[in-house]
Design a protein around this ligand. Sequence first.
Ligand SMILES: C[S@@+](CC[C@H](N)C(=O)[O-])C[C@H]1O[C@@H](n2cnc3c(N)ncnc32)[C@H](O)[C@@H]1O
Length: 232
Amino acid sequence: MTDDPAVPTRSPREQARARRFAEGYDRMLAGLERRVLADVRRRLLADVRGHVVEIGAGTGANVEHYAAATPVDLVEPLPAMREQALRRVAGRAAGAASMRVLAGRAEALPVPDGVADAVVSTLVLCSVDDVGAALAEVARVLRPGGAFLFLEHERGRGARGWVQSALTPLSVRYAANCHLDRDLGAGLDRAGFEIVDPLVVDAPLAVRLLPDWPLRAGRARLAATACGAASA
Ligand SMILES: C[S@@+](CC[C@H](N)C(=O)[O-])C[C@H]1O[C@@H](n2cnc3c(N)ncnc32)[C@H](O)[C@@H]1O
């Protein structure tokens, strides 16, 4: 049983691991956040306007970067992550965007059809149970012409990719379902998204003793055929 309807049934042991991951998350990423991630988040989100839905918002690392968006719905399944996101939202600057923290999974977003000017996903598509279902939900909640803004790690080429695949059972177990070896481009493609505005990310994802993985960020839109199919 889980303590939250937004989280699919997990054993008590899995829940305890997920809680430990959530509680140590900001500490674990602090160095990388300073060196790389904060700058990419800032560049990715500075110009986003209107109603934003963020999936897998975690501890709220993007909260301070929404300079021009409002309202912002931060959707997150893990209670221990949401508690930290709520503290970040409460501590944001006066006059900042209107924000809500919602319990929910990317595969079943608690948001009506077509309301979002942008959907944001940072380091999340590695962790969802079903990438196809999550991106179908992104497409459902985006208004026509809306943007999907992403910052994700992905499978590297050659030997690096094999190492990522070999380590994935461990990261799934100890890093809250994180798959190190997902093919981001193929997932976006299958869901009908095309990357229209890639962001240059110079540094890889490097956490403590682990080998580093490529990071990719940018803005994607539903390709015309997928838009047509969605509205047909
Ligand atoms: C690596 S953390 C990233 C957190 C935050 N987005 C960031 O940029 O720091 C992955 C997040 O995805 C969340 N997550 C896992 N499965 C999910 C799902 N099915 N739907 C939405 N979020 C999910 C986790 O709870 C966690 O908060």
